[in-house]
Design a protein around this ligand. Structure first.
Ligand SMILES: [Zn+2]
Length: 313
């Protein structure tokens, strides 16, 4: 594990973020920019390097931790983010090792980094058994069990978005049917609402943010769309909490900004389906770190004590 501040990178299809994270999980500096959509692989890499240089002297950092959109080859750190078409099998970890030699470089899924951040310094702080999940353009997550990150055999543990909540439900981008993500991802919630007659205001795009704003004003279809997503999340969490014997589930991502309009239906469905007492003891709460969870979690991959978030050596 690194013994001083580390460079942390959060790489998604919408935003790139860089930060400097110290050994206690404090964010000493951070910068973010929109992910350039038109650049080729090298152009995007150059953008990332420039962003990193704005938060840290790269000769001084004690390690590099990265949360990046999946899929990827883990732990090799060759990434093919679904929402970044110019990077296919891009050797991100190797390029970072060339850029910042002689320090540990660790790349993991961005939803995993989010969960790690929420466990280390967010809503799951102090608990040993935590699920962190992101409900956004997709639905992802990461699992901390017994105080350590669970990677699974290929680094893909935590994909709660593809837990089946309705076998007869809508088709999912993974090729399956009725996955949580197929119902609760932001674009699916918006699409359902539009099929039921909801329309965004004039000159507004149909986004989860506008849907949430309308629900907060009492629009019945917008409210029902969030309730439907919340119910699906609650059903998935009932299964997952029985399986993993969790203490805390931290829910973040854009759709979680809906607050009680999402969390009340989550709780109702969860209580309906989670019947064993140990499962009912779980606290399902909003994530605490906001946009910083992913970047703090990325740093934690290399700087947290005991390598608790990295098992790959
Ligand atoms: Zn799926």
């Amino acid at each position: 594990m690194a013994d001083g501040p580390v460079l942390a990178l959060d790489i998604g299809g919408t935003k790139l973020a860089a930060g400097l994270v110290d050994t206690t999980g404090r964010l000493l500096a951070s910068e973010r920019t929109e992910t350039p959509a038109t650049l080729d692989a090298e152009g995007l890499w150059s953008t990332l390097v420039a962003l990193a240089g704005r938060v840290a002297d790269l000769d001084e950092v004690a390690g590099v931790g990265v949360g990046c959109g999946g899929p990827m080859r883990w732990p090799d750190g060759r990434v093919s983010p679904l929402n970044i078409p110019s990077w296919r099998d891009f050797p991100l970890a190797d390029r970072l090792r060339d850029l910042v030699p002689h320090v540990p470089v660790r790349v993991h899924n961005d939803a995993v980094a989010f969960a790690v951040g929420e466990h280390w310094r967010g809503a799951g702080r102090g608990a040993s058994n935590v699920l962190g999940m992101v409900v956004s353009t997709g639905v992802g997550g990461g699992i901390v069990s017994g105080g350590r990150l669970v990677d699974g055999s290929s680094g893909n543990a935590g994909h709660i978005g593809h837990v089946v909540v309705d076998p007869d439900g809508p088709a999912c981008t993974c090729g399956g049917r009725g996955c949580l993500e197929a119902i609760a991802r932001g674009p699916a919630v918006v699409r359902w609402a539009m099929e039921e007659g909801w329309r965004p205001g004039s000159r507004q795009a149909a986004t989860g943010r506008h849907l949430t704003a309308d629900a907060q004003r009492g629009h019945p279809v917008a409210t029902a769309a969030l309730a439907r997503a919340g119910e699906a999340i609650g059903i998935a969490l009932a299964s997952v909490t029985h399986l993993l014997d969790l203490e805390v589930v931290a829910v973040g991502g854009g759709l979680s900004q809906a607050g009680r309009l999402l969390f009340d239906p989550i709780e109702t469905a969860f209580r309906r389906h989670a019947r064993m007492q140990f499962a009912r003891d779980v606290r399902v709460v909003p994530a605490a770190l906001g946009q910083e969870a992913g970047i703090i979690g990325a740093g934690a991959l290399v700087v947290a004590p005991d390598d608790r978030y990295w098992s790959a050596g």
